[in-house]
Design a protein around this ligand. Structure first.
Ligand code: SF4
Length: 337
């Protein structure tokens, strides 16, 4: 069975948040015109409460490198390798992960066509967005690119580029060896007893995950599921659903976190991490913070700014500001007020 059939059989979808079928993405790059192609493994997670890349590099670096090599081989099939046109790969690593794992990775990479690229220290959260990753490797300003064209068609140095995150390459390696068993990584953090990364079935519901890991709170709480900055906020009665997104569950004690403090922390994060390229995000998040900390919140203006961020932001960072805030209002503070 070829690798695409194995990936399809395993039902692999991207683990960066969008859930796009892996096989489709790989085939799109394969079918794109170009005499040189690239593979990029994004292992520079920057979202608060997401630490799965660290866990994979610690425990399964061999699988990760194997997955990248499989992708390079797949894109190199029926392509000349003696003319310097072979497919090559980059492992895009967070700076601290490079320091932690470089010796182990160098031993695994040996003389294959994989090069480690260390994410610049200044890159921040947006440095993990896939097109910003490409800019960083090219030495351009680290900010998202306008899409289309997608990286599959025009990526690194305008060449077709396959970019997946670390968990996807890990899963591809398992699928290739017939060892993929429908698990995924969950990062649990916040007001809980057993913070950490857990590899559990990908269809488990949030409540089951919390109970299984002995993290189900004994106090009143809410949580943020999916992404640590962009995930939806849920109350204790809404946990009969899978986690989704990047697999994070951040638990918040209601006694410790009020509405204003929670939203202000999120907005401070988005203000710090915005690349400043587009006005809805650059100005909108600042204005939101002003409205939030005013003595009396102007809810019409607050909602208008959230709508604007969702509709007009250039990339997912700005577009995702509204989801946690709106769900915090709808699912938690309406209920306790
Ligand atoms: S939404 Fe924010 S992070 Fe994204 S491109 Fe615009 S300014 Fe940059």
């Amino acid at each position: 069975m070829d690798i695409i059939s194995k990936i399809e059989q395993a039902g692999l979808v991207g683990r960066g948040g969008a859930g796009f079928p892996v096989a489709k993405k790989w085939e799109a790059v394969k079918n794109a015109a170009g005499d040189k192609k690239y593979v990029v493994c994004n292992a520079a997670e920057g979202e608060p409460g997401v630490l799965k890349d660290d866990y994979i590099l610690e425990h399964y670096a061999d699988r990760l490198i194997d997955g990248i090599k499989i992708a390079i081989d797949f894109l190199s099939e029926r392509r000349p390798t003696s003319t310097g046109r072979r497919t090559s790969g980059y492992l895009y690593l967070r700076h601290d992960y490079y320091k932690k794992f470089r010796k182990k990775l160098a031993a695994l990479i040996k003389n294959s066509a994989i090069e480690i690229f260390v994410e610049p220290l200044s890159a921040g959260y947006i440095g993990g967005e896939e097109s910003a990753v490409l800019n960083a490797i090219e030495g351009q300003r680290i900010e998202p690119r306008l899409k289309p064209p997608l990286p599959a068609v025009r990526g690194l140095w305008n060449r077709p580029t396959l970019i997946n995150n670390a968990e996807t390459f890990y899963n591809v390696s398992l699928a290739a060896a017939g060892g993929y068993n429908n698990k995924r990584f969950y990062t649990i953090s916040g007001d809980c007893l057993n913070e950490g990364v857990y590899e559990l079935a990908d269809d488990w519901l949030i409540e089951k995950i919390l109970r299984h890991t002995n993290n189900y709170p004994k106090f009143e709480f809410f949580l943020q599921a999916g992404g640590g900055a962009s995930g939806e906020v849920l109350n204790a009665g809404q946990l009969a659903r899978p986690v989704g997104g990047a697999g994070s569950i951040a638990v918040f004690s209601l006694a410790k976190h009020d509405f204003k403090k929670t939203v202000k922390n999120w907005l401070d994060f988005f203000i710090k991490e915005s690349c400043g390229q587009c006005a809805p995000c650059r100005e909108g998040v600042l204005r939101l913070r002003e409205v939030l900390i005013a003595e009396k919140i102007d809810w019409n203006l607050f909602n208008e700014l959230l709508d604007n961020l969702s509709d007009a932001s250039l990339c997912a960072l700005g577009a995702s500001v509204s989801a946690p805030i709106r769900s915090l209002v709808n699912n938690v503070f309406q209920q306790v007020s």
